[in-house]
Design a protein around this ligand. Structure first.
Ligand code: BGC
Length: 717
């Protein structure tokens, strides 16, 4: 307990005191929820001390080692509502605050918002008795149909890495370990337990792995979760190259690797670099890292004692580094009001204004009549499904019905309609549930404006079948737009959707899954109390024909062992694929409108000792305060690069009308290079030459450009 010693020193002092049995007990975790979904084994009964969420790992009371109390936390401290008990596990009163989806947080282009959200959920976790959060989703959005994109941070590895690292730091500053997941290339849900994500290793380093690398280097997560899928034919949790060579070797990750729940395939996974088996009920009856099994492996020389010691050491080291010994959780009521405001701020910064014809928005508060249509907008906003579900404070706004995983469908009780009524106190605000387009159109026809809320519920374990809004909502929008030319569409979607009605409506706001403050955020944005400033972290295609894989692989036999060929696009994920193939998307990566306008000047790029700095001025040229999101793309010389351009820097800048700010961005060195995997000596290398430096408001809207000359350089992997 001498906190002046380093985490390494403290961990080795404790590890030296532990018996073999004590060590082995730390290497497999229990599922901390009562469950009975496996016919061939007795029901799961978690130990008394378990707070009751995704996981529990025994500590060693004799030595003061606390147990690990793990909860999912992609958008908040999750409650396992999924199927096993037919309701929330930790009570019915409502527990935690839901952040907006990960895509929303990425759309803020603001790592400090990600940090604040992380700090909020870290605080709630600490107050609810948890010391490990399974947060930090960093898989890239290679497919806009992926059912879990809402838990991740978009298609660009630099943006995703920076955002996720911000969230991890926010969580861990509350003395709660954060986990990066799902390592790696778990980029579609269909067939996730069997598929192999196949990709050239160099391209993987320049794309998916780069997001994780930045998450590790900038966020210092205590743990990382290996994924269900295979990568280049070898299961992620058995993959020595991924776990030992790249993560622990190249990146110097000092923490521990835990498995996803049910993702272990062999006791030999320990030798490959897996440190801890999670939720062992998922693997039952074979507990791969059980004490007796590991002991047998040790006795037979199939695993080295030094490896077992390293596994334990890594767990202890992270526990010390993050403060689990010095600042244990203290059960305290959460401050739901303050926490909802943090969530609301994230939603306000991440909602993306996609269309605003004739300055339809912001709405004037003197407006007389407003039709609110669809999406349960009278009572709440949608959450995504699966293990990330948060049972929100106050309980779901719409009574959940189906409790089978990955259900139920949860609406956070933050009513957009109430917020709109508050913004326009003199207006008649009426609601139509949108089920019958004719009745919705009738209400729209008799109102000054119509606001249609449309939803796309997505969830872990399933992918969107296509890019269309489900349940005939396209028809609903068209019917309303035909009845009222002031039709505003608010999207609550987990992924990009196509918009066949786009030319018929006057404004579109992508509000993602906006979380516990979502209703208020939408109200503030529609009425201009807050200026929209989100920019797309994911390309919106015009249709599946523009994707590298128009037909999602594995649909015919999701349980079969199939390959997903990511070499089609390699590292050219998302906008890079669109740029490389000259495809015009519906909305490009980085796009987002504001109620003000910005002008850019004095772009200058310099290279001193292989450190590239990009500087420019940005000015608010409109009449209201707002946030600019200048983005810097590096344009490769002919024959270099995975695509014509790569995002290498961005900064969100708050500006009053008429205000100018000077911005200086230092470009992460690896972003200048390509990865060399051909020799035993893996490294990044910079091809000498003249590179374009383009400054824009999206990946397709460039304001200024200049060049920078790069010299040949090698960078450690
Ligand atoms: C998910 C993980 C989650 C775990 C524990 C798995 O099904 O893939 O993201 O952390 O369950 O709930």
């Amino acid at each position: 307990m001498n906190s002046t010693l380093s985490p390494d020193k403290r961990a080795s002092l404790v590890e030296a005191q532990m018996t073999l049995d004590e060590k082995l007990r730390m290497l497999h975790g229990l599922y901390a929820v009562p469950a009975n979904f496996k016919g061939n084994v007795p029901p799961n009964v978690p130990p008394q001390q378990a707070v009751g969420s995704a996981g529990f790992v025994y500590g060693v009371p004799r030595l003061g080692i606390p147990p690990l109390q793990e909860s999912d936390a992609s958008i908040g401290v999750a409650d396992p509502v999924s199927g096993v008990t037919g309701g929330p596990v930790r009570g019915t009163a409502g527990y935690s605050t839901a952040l907006p989806s990960g895509l929303n947080t990425a759309a803020t282009f603001n790592p400090s918002v990600a940090y604040d959200g992380g700090a909020m959920i870290g605080t709630e976790a600490h107050e609810e008795g948890f010391n490990v959060l399974l947060a930090g989703g960093a898989d890239l959005a290679r497919d806009p149909r992926n059912g879990r994109n809402f838990e991740y941070a978009g298609e660009d590895p630099w943006l995703a890495g920076v955002i996720v690292a911000g969230a991890v730091r926010g969580i861990q500053d509350q003395h709660v370990i954060s986990t990066l997941k799902h390592y790696a290339i778990n980029d579609q849900e269909v067939g996730r337990n069997t598929l192999s994500s196949n990709i050239d290793w160099a391209a993987a380093h320049e794309s998916d792995l780069f997001a994780f690398e930045m998450g590790v280097r900038l966020g210092h997560p205590g743990s990382i979760m290996c994924a269900y899928n295979r990568v280049n034919e070898v299961y992620a949790c058995s993959n020595q190259l991924l776990l030992t060579d790249i993560l622990k070797g190249q990146w110097g990750f000092p923490g521990w690797v835990m498995s996803d729940w049910g993702a272990v395939h062999s006791t030999y996974d320990a030798a490959a670099g897996l440190d801890q088996e999670s939720g062992d009920y998922f693997d039952a009856p074979t507990i791969w890292f059980s004490g007796p099994r590991l002991k047998a492996f040790l006795n037979e020389g199939r695993i080295a004692q030094s490896r077992v010691d390293d596994m334990v050491f890594r767990i202890l080291r992270s526990m010390f580094a993050v403060g689990l010994f010095d600042d244990p959780p203290v059960i305290t009521p959460i401050n739901a009001t303050a926490d909802a405001l943090i969530s609301q701020h994230d939603a306000e910064q991440g909602a993306v204004l996609l269309k605003n014809a004739n300055r339809q928005l912001p709405l004037n508060s003197s407006i007389k009549s407003i039709a609110i249509i669809g999406g349960h907008a009278d009572v709440g906003v949608l959450e995504g499904g699966g293990s990330s579900e948060v049972w929100p404070v106050g309980g779901p706004a719409v009574t959940p019905h189906n409790f089978g995983f990955p259900h139920p469908i949860i609406y956070d009780p933050s009513s957009p309609m109430k917020a709109i009524e508050q913004q326009a106190p003199g207006a008649t605000v009426l609601f139509d549930d949108g089920k019958d387009p004719r009745s919705a159109a009738k209400l729209a026809a008799s109102s000054d404006v119509a606001i249609v809320f449309v939803t796309q519920w997505l969830a872990e374990s399933i992918d969107a079948k296509n890019l269309h809004l489900p349940n005939m909502q396209d028809t609903l929008i068209s019917a309303v737009a035909a009845a009222n030319r002031h039709t505003i569409v608010v999207l609550e979607t987990g992924d990009p959707v196509v918009m066949p009605w786009l030319s018929q409506v006057s404004a579109v706001l992508e509000a993602w899954y906006p979380g516990s403050g979502g209703g208020a955020a939408i109200g503030n944005l529609l009425f201009g109390m807050v200026n929209p400033s989100g920019h797309l972290p994911i390309t919106f295609p015009t249709g599946v024909q523009q994707l590298p894989r128009p037909k999602e692989p594995g649909l015919s036999d999701p349980n079969g062992y199939f390959d997903v060929n990511y070499d089609i696009e390699g590292a050219a994920v998302g906008y890079k694929w669109f740029d490389k193939n000259n495809l015009t998307p519906l909305f490009p990566f980085g796009f987002g409108l504001s109620y003000t306008t910005f002008a850019y000047s004095h772009l200058h790029a310099s290279n001193s000792n292989d450190h590239v700095t990009v500087e420019f001025d940005v000015r608010n040229t409109g009449k209201v305060a707002g946030w600019a999101v200048p983005q810097v793309y590096l344009g490769f010389p002919e024959g270099v690069g995975e695509a014509p351009r790569r995002l290498v820097g961005f900064q969100k800048v708050a500006l009053m009308p008429g205000q100018t700010q000077h911005v200086s961005l230092s470009v992460e060195q690896r972003l200048l290079g390509m990865f060399d995997d051909t020799t035993g000596n893996r490294h990044w290398y910079v091809t000498p030459g003249q590179y374009q430096v383009v400054l824009g408001e999206s990946s397709r809207d460039f304001k200024l450009n200049t060049t920078v000359t790069l010299t040949s350089a090698n960078i450690a992997p």
